[in-house]
Design a protein around this ligand. Structure first.
Ligand code: IPM
Ligand code: MN
Length: 353
């Protein structure tokens, strides 16, 4: 008997439920076609529940998540909840407690999608960012002293552990090998200023690189990387970087690939439970309007199948996305400008399968 996957579904806030609905619609068709069986476990965690009950995640949540095969997340962020509460209490807590130490963000310009970068085509924009996902400036360490006075002092520590850096860099080398594309891995840091952490990353990177003689070891400072993304995105194959730099450069990268409407990401624990999401937020102003682009979420569903080892299912979804985009039917990747509603885009991709 084939395995039945247990997938946790967290639609979350804002447009989250609308995009997850389309993601599940497409997943159902692709899984039926490829004989992949799954059951869904729904969770109502997010801003509304927090406002009603004062609880972000009940104590039972993380142990329950551990029993799942994967988590499919819509978006987190509510206009009536102070920024940081849900992000830290739900999204980051899940990433940390499930030790999802890789944030994998492919940056691919699909044929038929408009990029604001003049003169660049799909062949020029096809790389992956491997973002460390459990430490760095996101560690939550540091503190505040003499708050509210003229002498107030705040620290926010950037934690880089040898183990954390090493497992992230190893994942990136292995991915570069597996992709078998340009065979180039670029370490992105700010080692000209952040010399302690920069030194740790570089030592790990070049030492491990000796085990991968066929892979070109490249390096770029994070500020320059932003410039290269715009000027020469074709230079990149795989990028490895810390949590904060990875967060920042992937918003820029998303625009390079046609906008947040198409950018998907995976929070991956290669030995445990991973979580998949669009990289955009909850876009509260579009809530319930059926105008948001569901493609990033649908692509995140494909990524989930790929990481679960269901490559055929993942390919079916990806190919359908590609075909619909290449057809030029969808006029823009931006909310409200697609020429179709959220559910119509979901229908098109589901039918394409
Ligand atoms: C992302 C988001 C999150 C992050 C926020 C919502 C905490 O921006 O997934 O990129 O900073 O990691
Ligand atoms: Mn971000």
């Amino acid at each position: 008997m084939s395995k039945k996957y247990k997938i946790g579904v967290l639609p979350g806030d804002g447009v989250g439920p609308e995009i997850i609905r389309e993601g599940l619609k497409v997943l159902e068709v692709a899984c039926k076609k490829t004989d992949v069986k799954y059951e869904l476990v729904n969770y109502d965690f997010g801003g509304n529940r927090y406002l009603k009950t004062g609880e972000i995640l009940p104590d039972s949540a993380i142990p329950e998540f551990r029993k799942l095969d994967a988590i499919y997340l819509g978006a987190i962020g509510h206009p009536d909840v102070k920024a940081g509460i849900l992000e830290k209490g739900l999204l980051l807590r899940t990433r940390f407690e499930l030790d999802q130490y890789i944030n994998l963000r492919p940056v691919v310009l699909y044929p038929g999608v408009y990029t604001p970068i003049k003169g660049k085509e799909p062949k020029d924009i096809n790389f992956v960012v491997v973002r460390e996902n459990t430490e760095g400036a996101y560690s939550g360490t540091g503190g505040v002293f003499k708050k509210g006075t003229e002498d107030e002092m705040a620290t926010q520590l950037d934690i880089n552990t040898y183990k954390g850096v090493e497992r992230c860099v190893r994942y990136a080398f292995e991915l570069t090998k597996k992709r078998n594309a340009k065979k180039s891995l670029t370490l992105v840091d700010k080692a000209n200023v952040l010399t302690y952490s920069g030194d740790l990353w570089q030592r790990v990177f070049y030492k491990m690189g000796e085990k991968y003689p066929d892979i070109k070891k490249d390096h770029a400072f994070v500020d320059a990387t932003c410039m290269w993304f715009v000027k020469n995105p074709e230079w990149f194959d795989v990028i490895v970087t810390n949590n904060l730099f990875g967060d920042i450069i992937t918003d820029l990268a998303a625009v390079v690939q046609g906008g947040l409407g198409v950018a998907a990401g995976g929070n991956i624990n290669p030995e445990g439970v991973s979580m998949f999401e669009p990289i955009h937020g909850s876009a509260p102003k579009y809530t319930g309007k059926n105008v948001i682009n569901p493609i990033a979420t649908i692509a995140a569903g494909a990524m989930m199948m790929d990481v679960l080892g269901k490559t055929k299912t993942a390919e079916l979804i990806d190919n359908s996305i590609k075909n619909i985009l290449a057809s030029g039917k969808i006029k823009s990747m931006d909310a409200g400008k697609m020429g179709f509603s959220t559910s119509e885009v979901g229908d098109l991709i589901a039918k394409g399968i």
